[in-house]
Design a protein around this ligand. Sequence first.
Ligand code: SAM
Ligand code: SF4
Length: 330
Amino acid sequence: MPADSFGRQIDYLRISLTDHCNLRCVYCMPLQGLTFAPSEAYLTPAELEQVVRAAADVGFRRVRLTGGEPTLRPDLLDIVKRIRSVDGIDEIAMTTNAVLLPDLAAPLKEAGLDRVNIHVDSLDPERVRRVMRFATFDDIWRGVCAAEGAGLVPIKINSVVVRDYNEQDVIDLARLTIERDWHVRFVELMPFGSGECARLSLSKYVPNHETRDRIESVLGPLEALPKENLADESKNYKIAHARGVVGFISPVSEPYCDTCNRMRLTADGKFHLCLLNDDEVDVKAALRSGRGDIETLSHILLQAVHAKPTGHKLHEGISTQHRQMFQIGG
Ligand code: SAM
Ligand code: SF4
Protein backbone atom coordinates (compact mmCIF):
# COMPACT_ATOMS: atom_id res chain seq x y z
CA MET A 1 0.00 0.00 0.00
CA PRO A 2 1.48 3.43 -0.87
CA ALA A 3 2.48 5.70 2.03
CA ASP A 4 2.94 9.48 1.84
CA SER A 5 5.89 11.36 3.30
CA PHE A 6 4.14 11.48 6.71
CA GLY A 7 3.70 7.70 6.82
CA ARG A 8 -0.03 7.77 6.09
CA GLN A 9 -1.24 4.78 4.09
CA ILE A 10 -3.13 6.06 1.04
CA ASP A 11 -5.40 3.47 -0.58
CA TYR A 12 -8.65 5.31 -1.32
CA LEU A 13 -9.21 7.07 -4.66
CA ARG A 14 -12.09 9.54 -4.91
CA ILE A 15 -12.91 10.30 -8.51
CA SER A 16 -14.93 13.35 -9.56
CA LEU A 17 -16.74 12.46 -12.78
CA THR A 18 -18.11 15.90 -13.62
CA ASP A 19 -18.29 19.45 -12.31
CA HIS A 20 -21.93 19.80 -13.45
CA CYS A 21 -24.86 19.31 -11.10
CA ASN A 22 -28.64 19.22 -11.36
CA LEU A 23 -28.92 21.00 -7.96
CA ARG A 24 -27.50 24.21 -6.57
CA CYS A 25 -26.95 23.71 -2.83
CA VAL A 26 -26.46 27.12 -1.23
CA TYR A 27 -23.00 26.34 0.16
CA CYS A 28 -21.72 24.49 -2.93
CA MET A 29 -22.81 26.11 -6.21
CA PRO A 30 -23.88 29.72 -6.76
CA LEU A 31 -26.83 30.37 -9.09
CA GLN A 32 -24.78 32.59 -11.36
CA GLY A 33 -21.20 33.05 -12.54
CA LEU A 34 -20.36 29.36 -12.83
CA THR A 35 -17.84 28.09 -15.35
CA PHE A 36 -17.47 24.40 -16.16
CA ALA A 37 -14.68 22.35 -17.68
CA PRO A 38 -15.23 21.75 -21.41
CA SER A 39 -16.60 18.25 -22.01
CA GLU A 40 -13.45 17.13 -23.86
CA ALA A 41 -11.50 17.85 -20.66
CA TYR A 42 -13.29 15.07 -18.76
CA LEU A 43 -11.46 11.79 -18.50
CA THR A 44 -13.14 9.16 -20.66
CA PRO A 45 -14.27 5.77 -19.28
CA ALA A 46 -11.19 4.13 -20.83
CA GLU A 47 -8.87 6.75 -19.28
CA LEU A 48 -10.55 6.38 -15.89
CA GLU A 49 -10.16 2.61 -16.08
CA GLN A 50 -6.49 3.01 -16.86
CA VAL A 51 -5.93 5.33 -13.87
CA VAL A 52 -7.77 2.91 -11.59
CA ARG A 53 -5.66 0.00 -12.92
CA ALA A 54 -2.54 1.98 -12.05
CA ALA A 55 -3.96 2.81 -8.62
CA ALA A 56 -4.80 -0.85 -7.92
CA ASP A 57 -1.32 -1.79 -9.10
CA VAL A 58 0.30 0.33 -6.38
CA GLY A 59 -2.13 -0.84 -3.67
CA PHE A 60 -5.27 1.30 -3.82
CA ARG A 61 -8.28 -0.78 -2.73
CA ARG A 62 -11.30 1.54 -2.62
CA VAL A 63 -12.85 3.87 -5.18
CA ARG A 64 -15.57 6.49 -4.74
CA LEU A 65 -17.34 8.25 -7.60
CA THR A 66 -18.41 11.80 -6.89
CA GLY A 67 -18.73 15.21 -8.53
CA GLY A 68 -20.59 17.57 -9.15
CA GLU A 69 -23.30 15.05 -9.61
CA PRO A 70 -21.85 11.75 -10.88
CA THR A 71 -25.21 10.43 -12.09
CA LEU A 72 -25.20 13.13 -14.79
CA ARG A 73 -22.47 11.26 -16.68
CA PRO A 74 -24.26 9.47 -19.54
CA ASP A 75 -21.46 6.86 -19.54
CA LEU A 76 -21.71 6.17 -15.78
CA LEU A 77 -22.64 2.48 -16.15
CA ASP A 78 -19.69 1.90 -18.47
CA ILE A 79 -17.38 3.63 -15.97
CA VAL A 80 -18.64 1.47 -13.08
CA LYS A 81 -18.31 -1.74 -15.13
CA ARG A 82 -14.78 -0.86 -16.14
CA ILE A 83 -13.72 -0.10 -12.56
CA ARG A 84 -15.38 -3.32 -11.36
CA SER A 85 -13.24 -5.25 -13.83
CA VAL A 86 -10.03 -4.05 -12.15
CA ASP A 87 -8.41 -6.70 -9.95
CA GLY A 88 -7.57 -5.41 -6.48
CA ILE A 89 -10.43 -2.90 -6.12
CA ASP A 90 -12.49 -4.19 -3.19
CA GLU A 91 -15.16 -1.52 -3.01
CA ILE A 92 -16.82 0.98 -5.35
CA ALA A 93 -19.08 3.57 -3.72
CA MET A 94 -20.71 6.73 -5.01
CA THR A 95 -21.73 10.04 -3.44
CA THR A 96 -24.90 11.43 -5.00
CA ASN A 97 -27.91 13.64 -4.45
CA ALA A 98 -30.03 10.61 -5.50
CA VAL A 99 -32.40 12.53 -7.78
CA LEU A 100 -31.63 10.26 -10.75
CA LEU A 101 -31.40 7.03 -8.76
CA PRO A 102 -34.97 5.80 -9.37
CA ASP A 103 -33.88 4.82 -12.90
CA LEU A 104 -30.23 4.19 -12.19
CA ALA A 105 -30.00 2.35 -8.87
CA ALA A 106 -30.70 -1.19 -10.18
CA PRO A 107 -28.47 -0.91 -13.30
CA LEU A 108 -25.70 0.60 -11.18
CA LYS A 109 -25.87 -2.32 -8.75
CA GLU A 110 -25.76 -4.72 -11.68
CA ALA A 111 -22.78 -2.86 -13.15
CA GLY A 112 -20.87 -3.42 -9.91
CA LEU A 113 -21.51 -0.43 -7.64
CA ASP A 114 -21.49 -1.52 -3.99
CA ARG A 115 -23.16 1.33 -2.15
CA VAL A 116 -24.08 5.00 -2.09
CA ASN A 117 -23.80 7.98 0.22
CA ILE A 118 -26.82 10.21 -0.33
CA HIS A 119 -26.89 13.88 0.41
CA VAL A 120 -30.08 14.98 2.22
CA ASP A 121 -29.99 18.18 4.29
CA SER A 122 -33.52 18.05 5.69
CA LEU A 123 -36.69 15.96 5.79
CA ASP A 124 -38.76 19.11 5.52
CA PRO A 125 -39.77 19.77 1.87
CA GLU A 126 -39.66 23.56 2.23
CA ARG A 127 -36.21 23.53 3.75
CA VAL A 128 -34.89 21.05 1.18
CA ARG A 129 -35.98 23.50 -1.47
CA ARG A 130 -34.28 26.36 0.36
CA VAL A 131 -30.92 24.62 0.90
CA MET A 132 -30.63 22.34 -2.15
CA ARG A 133 -32.67 24.68 -4.37
CA PHE A 134 -33.44 22.65 -7.51
CA ALA A 135 -34.61 19.42 -5.83
CA THR A 136 -37.81 18.50 -4.09
CA PHE A 137 -37.72 16.28 -1.03
CA ASP A 138 -39.82 13.70 -2.92
CA ASP A 139 -37.25 13.56 -5.75
CA ILE A 140 -34.51 12.76 -3.28
CA TRP A 141 -36.55 10.36 -1.16
CA ARG A 142 -37.57 8.31 -4.19
CA GLY A 143 -33.84 8.02 -4.94
CA VAL A 144 -33.04 6.90 -1.39
CA CYS A 145 -35.76 4.22 -1.58
CA ALA A 146 -34.53 3.08 -5.01
CA ALA A 147 -30.98 2.74 -3.68
CA GLU A 148 -32.12 0.67 -0.73
CA GLY A 149 -34.38 -1.45 -2.95
CA ALA A 150 -31.48 -2.15 -5.30
CA GLY A 151 -29.24 -3.26 -2.43
CA LEU A 152 -26.82 -0.31 -2.54
CA VAL A 153 -26.39 -0.67 1.21
CA PRO A 154 -25.69 0.26 3.93
CA ILE A 155 -27.41 3.53 3.04
CA LYS A 156 -25.36 6.45 4.31
CA ILE A 157 -27.03 9.86 4.46
CA ASN A 158 -24.80 12.96 4.54
CA SER A 159 -26.29 16.19 5.87
CA VAL A 160 -24.42 19.46 5.86
CA VAL A 161 -25.57 21.58 8.80
CA VAL A 162 -26.20 25.25 7.96
CA ARG A 163 -27.25 27.82 10.54
CA ASP A 164 -30.64 29.43 9.90
CA TYR A 165 -31.34 26.82 7.22
CA ASN A 166 -31.46 23.32 8.69
CA GLU A 167 -29.75 23.18 12.08
CA GLN A 168 -33.05 22.17 13.76
CA ASP A 169 -33.61 19.36 11.24
CA VAL A 170 -30.75 17.26 12.59
CA ILE A 171 -33.10 15.74 15.17
CA ASP A 172 -35.50 14.28 12.60
CA LEU A 173 -32.58 13.16 10.44
CA ALA A 174 -30.91 11.39 13.40
CA ARG A 175 -34.26 9.84 14.33
CA LEU A 176 -34.22 7.95 11.01
CA THR A 177 -31.59 5.64 12.50
CA ILE A 178 -33.90 4.35 15.22
CA GLU A 179 -35.95 2.21 12.85
CA ARG A 180 -33.52 1.93 9.93
CA ASP A 181 -30.18 0.28 9.53
CA TRP A 182 -28.74 3.50 8.03
CA HIS A 183 -25.82 5.78 8.84
CA VAL A 184 -26.84 9.44 9.14
CA ARG A 185 -23.76 11.67 9.22
CA PHE A 186 -23.60 15.38 9.99
CA VAL A 187 -20.95 17.33 8.09
CA GLU A 188 -19.46 20.68 9.11
CA LEU A 189 -19.43 23.42 6.49
CA MET A 190 -16.08 24.19 4.87
CA PRO A 191 -15.22 27.32 2.85
CA PHE A 192 -13.87 26.89 -0.69
CA GLY A 193 -12.52 29.86 -2.66
CA SER A 194 -13.75 33.36 -1.86
CA GLY A 195 -17.17 33.60 -3.54
CA GLU A 196 -20.67 33.64 -2.08
CA CYS A 197 -20.60 29.94 -1.11
CA ALA A 198 -17.39 30.46 0.86
CA ARG A 199 -18.88 33.49 2.61
CA LEU A 200 -22.01 31.53 3.50
CA SER A 201 -19.93 28.54 4.65
CA LEU A 202 -18.03 30.79 7.05
CA SER A 203 -21.00 32.77 8.37
CA LYS A 204 -23.43 29.83 8.72
CA TYR A 205 -20.98 27.31 10.16
CA VAL A 206 -22.36 25.11 12.97
CA PRO A 207 -19.78 23.13 14.99
CA ASN A 208 -20.68 19.48 15.35
CA HIS A 209 -20.59 19.59 19.17
CA GLU A 210 -23.63 21.88 18.92
CA THR A 211 -25.37 19.47 16.53
CA ARG A 212 -24.64 16.59 18.87
CA ASP A 213 -26.02 18.49 21.90
CA ARG A 214 -29.15 19.32 19.91
CA ILE A 215 -29.71 15.66 19.03
CA GLU A 216 -29.02 14.41 22.57
CA SER A 217 -31.34 16.99 24.12
CA VAL A 218 -34.29 15.32 22.36
CA LEU A 219 -33.26 11.76 21.49
CA GLY A 220 -31.16 10.98 24.57
CA PRO A 221 -27.46 10.22 25.08
CA LEU A 222 -25.46 8.98 22.11
CA GLU A 223 -23.34 5.94 22.82
CA ALA A 224 -19.87 6.04 21.17
CA LEU A 225 -19.08 3.17 18.81
CA PRO A 226 -15.56 1.78 18.36
CA LYS A 227 -13.85 2.79 15.11
CA GLU A 228 -14.05 -0.06 12.60
CA ASN A 229 -11.61 1.62 10.27
CA LEU A 230 -8.99 4.09 11.53
CA ALA A 231 -9.31 6.25 8.40
CA ASP A 232 -13.09 6.65 8.76
CA GLU A 233 -13.63 10.42 8.88
CA SER A 234 -16.87 9.95 10.81
CA LYS A 235 -17.05 9.62 14.61
CA ASN A 236 -19.87 7.19 15.09
CA TYR A 237 -22.53 6.87 17.80
CA LYS A 238 -25.79 5.09 18.42
CA ILE A 239 -29.04 6.28 19.92
CA ALA A 240 -30.10 3.77 22.61
CA HIS A 241 -31.73 0.71 20.98
CA ALA A 242 -31.41 2.20 17.47
CA ARG A 243 -30.69 0.02 14.45
CA GLY A 244 -28.52 2.56 12.65
CA VAL A 245 -25.59 4.88 13.29
CA VAL A 246 -25.32 8.64 13.86
CA GLY A 247 -21.98 10.05 12.65
CA PHE A 248 -20.21 13.39 12.90
CA ILE A 249 -17.75 14.52 10.24
CA SER A 250 -15.94 17.50 11.69
CA PRO A 251 -13.16 18.69 9.37
CA VAL A 252 -13.18 22.17 10.93
CA SER A 253 -13.57 21.57 14.68
CA GLU A 254 -11.77 18.20 14.83
CA PRO A 255 -9.57 17.78 11.73
CA TYR A 256 -8.74 14.17 10.88
CA CYS A 257 -5.79 14.91 8.57
CA ASP A 258 -3.55 12.56 10.62
CA THR A 259 -5.50 9.55 9.37
CA CYS A 260 -6.21 10.79 5.84
CA ASN A 261 -6.06 7.87 3.39
CA ARG A 262 -7.33 9.66 0.27
CA MET A 263 -6.20 10.74 -3.13
CA ARG A 264 -8.63 12.75 -5.24
CA LEU A 265 -8.90 12.88 -9.00
CA THR A 266 -10.70 15.85 -10.57
CA ALA A 267 -13.02 15.38 -13.57
CA ASP A 268 -10.44 17.14 -15.75
CA GLY A 269 -7.68 14.73 -14.82
CA LYS A 270 -5.67 16.20 -11.96
CA PHE A 271 -4.75 14.47 -8.73
CA HIS A 272 -5.93 16.95 -6.08
CA LEU A 273 -3.70 16.27 -3.10
CA CYS A 274 -5.84 17.60 -0.22
CA LEU A 275 -9.46 18.74 -0.33
CA LEU A 276 -8.59 22.08 1.30
CA ASN A 277 -5.40 22.90 -0.58
CA ASP A 278 -4.71 23.86 -4.21
CA ASP A 279 -1.82 21.51 -4.99
CA GLU A 280 -2.46 19.23 -7.96
CA VAL A 281 -0.54 16.78 -10.13
CA ASP A 282 -1.61 16.40 -13.76
CA VAL A 283 -2.28 12.86 -14.99
CA LYS A 284 -4.34 13.72 -18.08
CA ALA A 285 -1.34 15.12 -19.95
CA ALA A 286 0.32 11.70 -19.77
CA LEU A 287 -2.89 9.89 -20.77
CA ARG A 288 -3.28 12.08 -23.82
CA SER A 289 0.29 12.12 -25.02
CA GLY A 290 0.86 8.41 -25.50
CA ARG A 291 2.23 7.84 -21.97
CA GLY A 292 -0.86 6.20 -20.51
CA ASP A 293 0.87 2.91 -19.65
CA ILE A 294 0.38 1.54 -16.13
CA GLU A 295 4.01 2.09 -15.17
CA THR A 296 3.94 5.80 -16.04
CA LEU A 297 0.55 6.39 -14.42
CA SER A 298 1.60 4.55 -11.24
CA HIS A 299 4.72 6.69 -11.09
CA ILE A 300 2.66 9.91 -11.38
CA LEU A 301 0.22 8.66 -8.74
CA LEU A 302 3.03 7.80 -6.32
CA GLN A 303 4.52 11.26 -6.86
CA ALA A 304 1.13 12.74 -6.00
CA VAL A 305 0.86 10.54 -2.88
CA HIS A 306 4.33 11.59 -1.79
CA ALA A 307 3.47 15.28 -2.23
CA LYS A 308 0.32 15.18 -0.09
CA PRO A 309 0.42 18.02 2.45
CA THR A 310 0.42 17.16 6.13
CA GLY A 311 -2.97 18.73 6.80
CA HIS A 312 -5.29 21.60 6.03
CA LYS A 313 -4.81 25.16 7.26
CA LEU A 314 -8.38 26.30 7.78
CA HIS A 315 -7.42 27.51 11.27
CA GLU A 316 -5.05 29.99 9.54
CA GLY A 317 -7.82 31.09 7.16
CA ILE A 318 -6.26 29.19 4.24
CA SER A 319 -8.37 27.00 1.95
CA THR A 320 -8.55 25.91 -1.66
CA GLN A 321 -8.77 29.01 -3.86
CA HIS A 322 -8.76 27.68 -7.41
CA ARG A 323 -11.33 24.93 -6.99
CA GLN A 324 -14.79 24.76 -5.46
CA MET A 325 -16.19 21.66 -3.75
CA PHE A 326 -18.25 20.75 -6.83
CA GLN A 327 -15.03 20.67 -8.89
CA ILE A 328 -13.13 18.43 -6.49
CA GLY A 329 -15.83 16.11 -5.16
CA GLY A 330 -16.44 16.00 -1.41
N1 SAM B 1 -23.57 15.87 -5.72
C1 SAM B 1 -23.20 14.85 -4.84
C2 SAM B 1 -23.74 15.10 -3.46
O1 SAM B 1 -24.23 16.20 -3.21
O2 SAM B 1 -23.65 14.19 -2.63
C3 SAM B 1 -21.70 14.60 -4.77
C4 SAM B 1 -20.80 15.80 -4.74
S1 SAM B 1 -20.99 16.87 -3.35
C5 SAM B 1 -19.74 18.07 -3.68
C6 SAM B 1 -20.28 15.84 -2.09
C7 SAM B 1 -20.59 16.27 -0.68
O3 SAM B 1 -20.01 17.53 -0.45
C8 SAM B 1 -22.06 16.40 -0.34
O4 SAM B 1 -22.38 15.58 0.76
C9 SAM B 1 -22.21 17.86 0.03
O5 SAM B 1 -23.14 18.06 1.01
C10 SAM B 1 -20.81 18.21 0.47
N2 SAM B 1 -20.50 19.63 0.40
C11 SAM B 1 -20.64 20.47 -0.65
N3 SAM B 1 -20.21 21.71 -0.33
C12 SAM B 1 -19.80 21.66 0.95
C13 SAM B 1 -19.23 22.62 1.86
N4 SAM B 1 -19.02 23.89 1.51
N5 SAM B 1 -18.89 22.19 3.10
C14 SAM B 1 -19.11 20.91 3.48
N6 SAM B 1 -19.62 19.95 2.67
C15 SAM B 1 -19.98 20.33 1.43
FE1 SF4 C 1 -24.72 19.48 -6.44
FE2 SF4 C 1 -23.76 17.94 -4.53
FE3 SF4 C 1 -22.93 20.48 -4.77
FE4 SF4 C 1 -25.41 20.02 -3.97
S1 SF4 C 1 -23.52 19.45 -2.87
S2 SF4 C 1 -24.78 21.49 -5.55
S3 SF4 C 1 -25.93 18.21 -5.04
S4 SF4 C 1 -22.56 18.87 -6.20
